[in-house]
Design a protein around this ligand. Structure first.
Ligand SMILES: Nc1ncnc2c1ncn2[C@@H]1O[C@H](COP(=O)(O)OP(=O)(O)O)[C@@H](O)[C@H]1O
Ligand SMILES: [Mg+2]
Length: 388
């Protein structure tokens, strides 16, 4: 489980240090930075997949993802006495992402490349400047286990430091060093954990959506992020012995309804959803957007292979408000096995989640263009030091 997330200089987030719990509910008005926080988490996940630089480039490169305001906002800037200005114009800008875990913690910093002596078409590619893995939640030089500075990666070996690579490419994360036999086990362990993070962001439910078409069915403990293997994922939940949980989740949302998975044309799987008042079951192609989306979220949340972290971005989209309490109960159940994040606007969903004792509300607001936690003062911030 992550205990703290820290983001700096990323879009509307100049500096944010957030304490986390098992069930984290991110809320706030439009433009407060909810999606930016979600994207920051995705970027962190990309580091372990080897795609952080490409992901940043897809977002428009560092020049557009860097926080566009000043490093620090003074009281006089807030009251309008002086104009908002860069406070440290000479300092190198860094986009920083990091988290504290119960055993290891990690931080990465990215910046613009140094000018090269030879021509390159990639002069806007961000570079990984620094990455660190340390023991415990708080960075201290003495607790550092793996240290990457520019092209050099060092691991602690007893009291000594061992250089594992002096020529790491500026776009490769230290998680790339896993193949290196001498590299530290912390790299592998952290990489596997981050790779397991699961993101679900707006399932498609239009007429052409992958979830509406029959699909070749194989055992599927993890629903694909576009929902293409919905029928196989539901059948897997049934066959691993979770049929009662599944039926309970269906009756919670659709009293009197039931669900079956059928193989059609050989091994293609399709859904049959029986609802009260209908003479024949409906297939996935015929379900309403809201019903299909609920079934997708249900398959994601009832996964027989819970991840260390699951992130749902605005799961309420196109769900009927009556379905939200049932969805909230599914989310609360999933948080027993995974750390869960929910980014949401839907009051009814938020209300039921927050009634839960174990819920950590993350209420965002924008002050002078900066995303902040509502009511967080300096003293409430979890302790966090960026590696220097
Ligand atoms: N590089 C940037 N610097 C500062 N603010 C930014 C930057 N990029 C986007 N923003 C701001 O972030 C806000 C969008 O935040 P977003 O996370 O999409 O909000 P929401 O809470 O609605 O999901 C916009 O108001 C935009 O002005
Ligand atoms: Mg948004």
């Amino acid at each position: 489980m992550l205990t703290t997330l820290a983001v700096s200089h990323y879009r509307s987030i100049n500096k944010l240090v957030i304490p986390l719990g098992r069930l984290n509910v991110v809320t706030g008005p439009n433009g407060s930075g909810k999606s930016n926080l979600y994207k920051a988490l995705r970027l962190l996940a990309e580091t372990a997949q080897g795609g952080v630089v490409a992901a940043l480039a897809r977002e428009g490169g560092l020049s557009s993802t860097f926080w566009a305001g000043p490093e620090q906002i003074s009281r006089r800037m807030l009251s309008g006495e002086v104009e908002v200005q860069m406070t440290a114009p000479g300092a190198a800008k860094r986009l920083r992402l990091g988290f504290a875990g119960e055993d290891f913690s990690y931080a990465i910093s990215l910046g613009l490349p140094e000018p090269l002596p030879y021509p390159t078409a990639f002069s806007l590619d961000p570079e990984i400047k620094r990455e660190c893995i340390w023991a415990g939640p708080l960075f201290r030089p003495a607790s550092l286990l793996v240290d990457r500075a520019g092209p050099m990666v060092r691991c602690r070996a007893g009291r000594e430091w061992e250089v594992v690579n002096q020529h790491t490419a500026s776009f490769d994360s230290l998680f790339h060093q896993v193949g290196n036999l001498r590299s530290s086990p912390e790299i592998l362990s952290l990489r596997e954990r981050i790779r397991g993070w699961r993101f679900y962001d707006h399932f498609r439910t239009d007429a052409e959506a992958p979830a509406r078409r029959p699909q070749l069915g194989t055992r599927t403990p993890v629903l694909h992020h576009d929902g293409r293997d919905l029928a196989a994922a539901l059948q897997t939940i049934i066959e691993v012995g979770m049929v009662e949980d599944l039926n309970a989740a269906i009756s919670d949302a659709f009293p009197g309804a039931s669900l079956q998975v059928r193989a059609v044309q050989g091994s293609n799987f399709t859904l049959e959803f029986r609802q009260e008042g209908l003479l024949r079951p409906l297939s996935a192609a015929e379900l309403s957007d809201g019903t299909l989306r609920y079934l997708l979220l249900m398959a994601a949340l009832l996964t027989p292979r819970p991840p260390s972290m699951m992130v749902l971005n605005e799961p309420e989209t196109s769900l009927h408000p009556d379905l939200l309490p049932a969805l909230a109960r599914l989310i609360i159940r999933a948080a027993e096995h995974s750390q869960v994040w929910v980014v949401s606007h839907a009051e009814k969903l938020i209300e039921v989640l927050e009634e839960q004792g174990d819920c950590t509300p993350i209420r965002l607001e924008k002050v002078m263009g900066q995303t902040q936690l509502v009511g967080q003062r300096m003293l409430d911030e979890p302790a966090w030091h960026w590696p220097t």
